[in-house]
Design a binder for this molecule. Structure first.
Ligand code: IMP
Length: 500
């Protein structure tokens, strides 16, 4: 007996290009729909869960917290909140996303009627907020007694000891909205009464939220937002194969929409056990991975996975291949898993979505991944660069950077992700602690990436991801023609952008 050798080398996205197909006149970027399934479904039926754009953010401490999840769901994608934290903390992040109502903010500056003008001025100096809610107990959800804005006092005339009850706009004179009101109804009241801020109260006149005039424009224009039936943002969460009996119920209780077992190598009996347990005890969607071949794919599908994540060793912060010598070029992995998925579909009539995880460097890698069969991609480095990622923005030399560290680094200490049933703890690292160039806001960057993906899809004559998967023509590039792909044989001006 000898070990099995693959005759083909394993390949990365950089080694491939797409060849244009005929572009019909009614195939322009605005005709392209990027909606994509994230949970398995039967032929002819609709998936229970889809994304409006094929983007998910990685299950990483330095990438996916509630702020990222809200920002990405607002644009139509999904975040998987990292699992390398306590069950309570992860559930709190999920709950925060589910309870977030775009444009409805919990009041952050609150005082009681017994406080004084001096207290108002001190609070204003501290928070910068000019609207202070006055509640019976000074909390954001206390009984609303009034509102104070700069129009209610004159610092030059009023005594600093003056009680708020003497100068606030009392509840009886306030225009307010009732709980359950929509953002656009709140906005109508704001305009009708020429208000800057509308308090929203419940049936017992307890303050729930404030809606500000200035926020409306920022929140109204998200036609692709990924929402559930209650108009809350859809959110995912990562779990491991150790504490799932405790973690999964807590996440479901917090409202999570989809789970993923996050592991470096998912072709394990622990993943199978976890999938079977979750599927037989809860009504929740769950993905599994990561795997890089047909055997791993079928194993997880037969154990009950709703989607399968592909990729080992290609992540930007990943040193698994160097440390352990396991992994596979992301393109080769995807191509083989896609073939297995297609065969499984032909045989069973069940479509299993595939997520390509890790190794996306250029936007065109996303389009290639989709063409090679991915239904969506997962990215860490890409999202870590934005304002919305949880890490610090630092200045190094003349450049701003953001931190990113792998889940297999000593910093994250996520030993469960690399668990191979041995003793608890990271024996060696599989990830690094590093920086990425800061790139600004998520939406701005995402709009650009989506613009490029749609444009490439029209070159390939595809109006949907399914079209692209069926009809794309993909070619290998030789080492020599790689040089031809970038700008070459010219002298670059400094202002030329290399682009992402
Ligand atoms: P990126 O988009 O290239 O940054 O890859 C992100 C992916 O890398 C994640 O979704 C994980 O699958 C993987 N990953 C995260 N942390 C580590 C690590 O420490 N070592 C190896 N892979 C990691």
């Amino acid at each position: 007996m000898v070990a099995f050798y693959y005759s083909e080398p394993s390949r990365t996205f950089n080694e491939f290009l797409l060849i244009p197909n005929l572009t019909e006149k009614n195939c322009t970027p605005k005709d392209v729909d990027l909606k994509t399934p994230i949970s398995k479904f039967k032929k002819g039926e609709q998936p229970d869960l889809s994304l409006n754009i094929p983007f998910s953010s990685a299950v990483m401490q330095s990438v996916s917290d509630s702020t990222m999840a809200i920002a990405l769901a607002r644009c139509g994608g999904i975040s998987f909140i990292y699992g390398s934290q306590s069950v309570a903390d992860q559930a709190a992040m999920v709950r925060k996303v589910k309870e977030y109502k775009a444009g409805f903010v919990v009041s952050r500056s609150n005082l009681t009627p017994q406080h004084t003008l001096k207290d108002v001025l001190d609070l204003r100096k501290k928070t910068g907020h000019s609207t202070v809610a006055i509640t019976d107990n000074g909390t954001p959800n206390g009984k609303l007694f009034g509102i104070v804005t700069s129009r209610d006092y004159r610092v030059s005339r009023d005594s600093l000891d003056k009680k708020i009850s003497e100068f606030m706009t009392p509840f009886s004179s306030l225009v307010y909205g009732k709980s359950g009101i929509t953002l656009s109804e709140a906005n109508d009241i704001i305009w009708e009464h020429k208000l800057n801020c509308l308090p929203i109260v419940d049936g017992a006149t307890n303050l729930q939220y404030l809606v500000f005039r200035k926020d409306y424009d920022a929140h109204k224009g998200n036609p692709s937002a990924l929402l559930d039936d209650n108009k809350s943002y859809i959110v995912g969460a990562g779990i491991n194969t150790r504490d799932y009996k405790e973690r999964v119920p807590a996440l479901i209780n917090a409202g999570v929409d989809v789970l993923v077992i996050d592991a470096s190598d998912g072709y394990t009996e622990w993943q199978s056990e976890t999938l079977k347990y979750v599927k037989s005890n809860f009504d929740v969607k769950i993905g599994a991975g990561n795997i890089v071949d047909r055997e791993g794919f079928l194993y997880l599908v037969e154990s009950g996975a709703d989607f399968v994540k592909v990729g080992i060793g290609g992540g930007s912060i990943c040193i698994t291949r160097e440390q352990k010598g396991i992994g596979r070029g992301q393109a080769s992995a995807l191509i083989e898993v896609n073939e297995a998925r297609e065969k499984y579909f032909q045989e069973t009539g069940i479509y299993i979505p595939i997520c390509s995880d890790g190794g996306i460097v250029h936007d065109y890698h996303i389009t290639l991944a989709l063409a090679m069969g991915a239904d969506f991609v997962m990215m860490g480095r890409y999202f870590a660069r934005f304002d919305e990622s949880p890490t610090k923005k630092l200045k190094i030399g003349n450049n701003f950077v953001k931190e990113i560290w792998g889940e297999g680094s000593n910093r994250a200490r996520n030993w469960q992700r690399y668990d191979t049933g041995g003793k608890e703890g990271l024996v060696f690292e599989e990830g690094v602690d590093s920086y990425v160039p800061y790139a600004g806001s998520l939406k701005e960057n995402l709009d650009k990436s989506i613009g490029k993906i749609k444009s490439t899809m029209t070159n390939c004559g595809a109006r949907s991801i399914e079209d692209l998967q069926k009809n794309a023509r993909i070619t290998l590039v030789s080492a020599t023609s790689l040089v031809e792909g970038g700008a070459h044989d010219v002298i670059m001006k400094e202002s030329s952008l290399s682009g992402e």
